[in-house]
Ligand binder design. Structure first.
Ligand code: SME
Length: 150
């Protein structure tokens, strides 16, 4: 599916959702089904006042990494930096939490609500260097929209 058609399906999810977790799950499922280089799609959210992330809805293989301390791995670094993090080759990263040996590249985009980093979308790919500007654009759009909903 091209990203324009995907955006339209996302708009339809936003306009019809009734429950936040169900919306997040639908976004994960839609993204993973629609984009061939998205092999695992999930959300992590800040756990209250704790300096850790908790796994939220996701689509793909179950992961052991349901709690990630701030600063650990790609996700934990984004929790501190508030910046997008694209990893073209995960094997070149020292501070990386491996969920599966099949994962080759990763993208994490923060969800900034009222200036606070409340969580992030995390996507793993089995393809090396899978992510580029169209992915960033798509995922930033989702995170911006979620900041107005969550
Ligand atoms: N690779 C991530 C951990 C989460 S899994 O990809 C689901 C990281 O380094 O933070």
């Amino acid at each position: 599916m091209n990203y324009q058609a995907l955006e339209q399906q996302l708009q339809s999810l936003y306009s019809t959702f009734s429950d936040s977790d169900q919306l997040l799950q639908s976004i994960c499922d839609l993204l993973r089904e629609s984009v061939s280089h998205y092999d695992w799609v999930g959300f992590y959210f800040k756990n209250g006042d704790k300096r850790e992330l908790l796994l939220g809805p996701y689509s793909g293989e179950p992961t052991d990494h349901t709690v990630i301390p701030f600063g650990k791995g790609i996700c934990g670094q984004v929790a501190l930096s508030n910046e997008n993090f694209i990893v073209p080759d995960v094997s070149a990263q020292d501070n990386y939490i491996a969920c599966s040996i099949t994962v080759k590249s990763e993208i994490v985009i923060p969800i900034i609500k009222d200036g606070d980093n409340i969580g992030q979308i995390d996507i793993d790919s089995h393809t090396i260097d899978a992510f580029s500007e169209p992915d960033v654009h798509l995922l930033e759009g989702i995170c911006k929209k979620l900041a107005t909903i969550l």
